[in-house]
Design a protein around this ligand. Structure first.
Ligand code: ASP
Length: 341
């Protein structure tokens, strides 16, 4: 199958495979700004398709995608599965709880097993930072990182950028990139791969990023990544265009990081009163799962004109379709993307 570049913005990145020269999608840290824009632009066609009643493409017909999830997931697993199916691929989900991992198989042996099944793309979520990179080294097909420990969650950052782009566009603002936007990420920054990927992605697209957390949940030396660091949530919100809330990742905590959920909510919970101190139109985001009443109040999470949380979920499917499409182009022999494998 051949297809030339369908992007409406083809001039802003190199042609063909040079637009995204990586075999794998392991992290935003591996990507150039134009590569991020390329994936966002590519996703637009899938946003449009997903809004039709017939949502099927045969772009990946005949290909096998394995979703290997060693950690729980709702949105990410479901949206990768839907994305693969909407592109016409055969999609298989492997849950660690039902796999030989529980019988003591090493990650490398699992990778070798997945590879022997001749998957055309492997999507991996794993509790250890760097695990997806390790698997990528052992397999012959593209690997997509669906979250590795506290390291990265690149498709989350891409879908967040796409959701923000759409929300800004609807307000008539130029959303080609986020220059001039001040974005607050508040919560358990220390344990959050979402925070890390978003910091890299939003900065690459020109935004000013403020990170806000209690000292125990703020990584030491994070300023070196160019973020503005706050302990006072009200100060962080002052003049913010967007606030992205993160949950407390208690599954990654050993010991007590906060005095109590109640005190945390008092200091770092996004309440309506607190949001009112920011701008009149500050947008609210959350990657999910939300802990309502802890880091975010229902009143805010469900604000129709301000919260874009469900739009983030919608954009997740489109972004994952774009990533699966782009990363399998070489194997499919798409024109300009190299020889079919
Ligand atoms: N769903 C996101 C992740 O997998 C955020 C979270 O779990 O809080 O990292």
């Amino acid at each position: 199958m051949t297809r030339s570049d369908t992007s409406p913005h083809a001039a802003r990145y190199p042609a063909g495979a040079q637009a995204f020269p990586h075999r794998d999608l392991l992290g935003i840290g591996q990507m150039e700004r134009h590569e991020i824009l390329f994936l966002l632009d590519e996703a637009e066609q899938w946003v449009a398709l997903n809004r039709q009643s017939a949502k099927h493409s045969d772009a990946l017909a005949g290909l096998t995608i394995i979703n290997a999830f060693f950690e729980n997931s709702t949105r990410t697993l479901l949206s990768f599965e839907i994305a693969g199916k909407r592109l016409g691929a055969d999609v298989v989900n492997m849950h660690a709880a039902q796999s030989s991992v529980k019988k003591g198989e090493t990650l490398i042996d699992t990778a070798i097993t997945l590879n022997a099944m001749r998957a055309d793309a492997i999507v991996i979520r794993h509790g250890s930072s760097g695990a997806t990179g390790l698997i990528a080294d052992k397999v012959d097909c593209p690997v997509l990182n669906a979250g590795d420990g506290q390291h990265e969650h690149p498709t989350q950052a891409l879908l967040d950028a796409l959701a923000l782009r759409h929300a800004l566009r609807e307000r008539g603002e130029s959303a080609d990139d986020f220059t001039g936007q001040t974005i607050v990420i508040c919560g358990d920054i220390l344990h959050s791969r979402v925070a890390r990927s978003n910091l890299l992605c939003l900065q690459a697209l020109g935004a000013t990023v403020r990170l806000c957390a209690p000292p125990a949940l703020m990584p030491v030396g994070i300023e070196a990544m160019g973020a503005e660091v706050f302990q006072d949530f009200d100060a962080a919100l002052d003049g913010a265009d967007v606030v992205m809330m993160l949950r407390l990742q208690t599954e990654r905590m050993s010991g007590q990081f906060i005095p109590s959920a109640r005190e945390y909510h008092h200091l770092y919970g996004l309440t309506k009163a607190r949001l009112d101190k920011a701008k009149d139109d500050t947008l609210v985001m959350h990657p999910g799962p939300m802990n309502r009443g802890v880091e975010i109040d229902s009143e805010v999470a469900d604000l129709i004109d301000r919260s874009i949380i469900t739009r983030q979920v919608e954009m997740g499917v489109a972004i994952r379709m774009a990533c699966l499409d782009v990363l399998t182009r070489r194997a499919r022999g798409v024109e300009g993307w190299g020889e079919a494998a």
